[in-house]
Design a protein around this ligand. Structure first.
Ligand SMILES: [Ca+2]
Length: 418
């Protein structure tokens, strides 16, 4: 099964594991925990309980929540979501924003999904953090929603910064710890961060010196970006709306020796898609170039370039070595481009994965600038990896806030009816 097959479709409930887990929990559980739990219904036991066992079940210092058959996660007294990889919290700042400790409690979403919620009155705004477990195969996903509401009847500009473990690496849409995706971020467009004129906007990796081009050629052929895990490589370039350009993509395959392993689907906006097997077309270690008559088709002033691995290829990880963008007109000579003799004539020359490459967004701090109208509200939703699992990667996973919420609702309704 590939990643996509694993993460779409109806939720899969590990029934056998579920029964075993439930049995273990109820037979070994703390007696005081068990007594209140039995009072409010055994199904709730796996959902939410107060960790402060002396306190009432629905107003706690910290709150655990889960989905049937999964080990629980926790929201701590500070409203931070605590996972096996670390904790994620939210820092709010802005004019009229004051500090205040949250009230953390157990709530039910849609009347059935156990969740933890932290609410704090922060002067100009109310901050509400909600977390629940969705039964996404195989380890579950925690959905963490940050909601900011304006309360004083005037426009509010606030900045919301994510607080994460020091060792994480933030990409465009995921935060990773080592090779593990631990947090899925909302689309970067929602951050209020201004994009650069051009750059990559994907979950691919830059690999310097990966390719070993044979013979003299442009040095850009030595470096690549690679879509490990089958993620696409995506670039975006600003251009005059509706204008045209000659776009050249450069490739050099140095891993496979035989054709039929890695095939690439290349889409440049405004031009017909092209599929290429670099070994079949050019050979191993042989630089090659594909030409596209590009056009800003949707008139948004940006040219989108996407390279994907063919879904039925043995190796689904796409690679890309170089990009040239030339003015519209007669097509440039591929041999001269490969030799690096037309770089000066190009409007953009990108050593993909190399020296002059860049991300579309400057990155750095994970901050979201939120402009709230009077009495307005805004939500940002993050997906967190649970114990033994990873966060869904956009472009590979089909999970959305809506489908995760629906999956949680269905599993708890089914569980309740047992
Ligand atoms: Ca466009």
């Amino acid at each position: 099964m590939n990643a996509r097959q694993q993460t779409i479709g109806r939720p899969q409930i590990p029934n056998l594991k579920l029964r075993k887990h439930f049995k273990q929990q109820t037979s070994s559980g703390h007696s005081s925990r068990r007594s209140w739990c039995l009072n409010i219904g055994a199904w709730c036991f796996l959902g939410v309980w107060s960790l402060g066992l002396g306190a009432s079940a629905f107003a706690a210092d910290s709150v655990s929540f889960t989905s049937p058959g999964f080990p629980p996660s926790q929201m701590d007294a500070g409203g931070r979501l605590v996972e096996d990889w670390g904790a994620v919290g939210v820092k709010l700042s802005g004019e009229g924003v004051v500090d205040a400790a949250p009230t953390v409690s157990a709530v039910k979403l849609d009347g059935v999904v156990p969740a933890a919620q932290a609410v704090s009155q922060r002067g100009a705004v109310t901050l509400k953090l909600t977390a629940f477990r969705a039964p996404a195969y195989p380890a579950g996903v925690d959905v963490f929603t940050v909601r900011v509401e304006e309360k004083q009847g005037r426009v509010a500009n606030v900045t919301l910064a994510l607080e994460l473990p020091a060792k994480v690496h933030a990409g465009l849409r995921t935060v990773r710890l080592g090779g593990r995706a631990v947090l899925t971020l909302p689309p970067r467009e929602e951050s209020g961060e201004k994009p650069r004129d051009w750059g990559y906007c994907d979950e691919a990796s830059s690999l310097r010196g990966w390719a070993k081009p044979a013979g003299p050629c442009d040095p850009a052929f030595r470096n690549i970006r690679a879509g490990m895990g089958g993620v696409p490589i995506i670039y975006r370039f600003s251009m005059r709306p509706k204008s045209e350009a000659n776009v050249v993509l450069g490739f050099c395959e140095s891993h496979w020796a035989e054709a039929g392993q890695r095939r690439l689907l290349c889409k440049v906006e405004g031009a017909p898609s092209q599929e290429v097997d670099p070994i079949a077309k050019w050979g191993r270690h042989k630089p090659g170039a594909l030409l596209f008559k590009a056009r800003d088709e949707n008139g948004d002033g940006k040219l989108d370039i996407t390279v994907r691995g063919a879904s039925d290829a043995k190796d689904k990880n796409p690679i890309l070595n170089a990009i040239w963008i030339f003015p519209a007109g007669p097509p440039p000579n591929p041999g001269q481009i490969i030799a690096g003799k037309l770089n000066a004539a190009a409007k953009r020359y990108v050593d993909v994965g190399g020296e002059n490459d860049q991300s579309l967004y400057p990155g750095g701090k994970l901050e979201y600038r939120i402009a709230l109208p009077a009495r307005g509200a805004q939500e940002l939703t993050f997906f967190a990896a649970c114990q033994g699992g990873s966060a869904p990667i956009p472009d590979v996973s089909a999970w959305t806030s809506e489908t995760l919420r629906r999956a949680a609702r269905e599993v708890w309704r089914d569980w309740k009816e047992r």
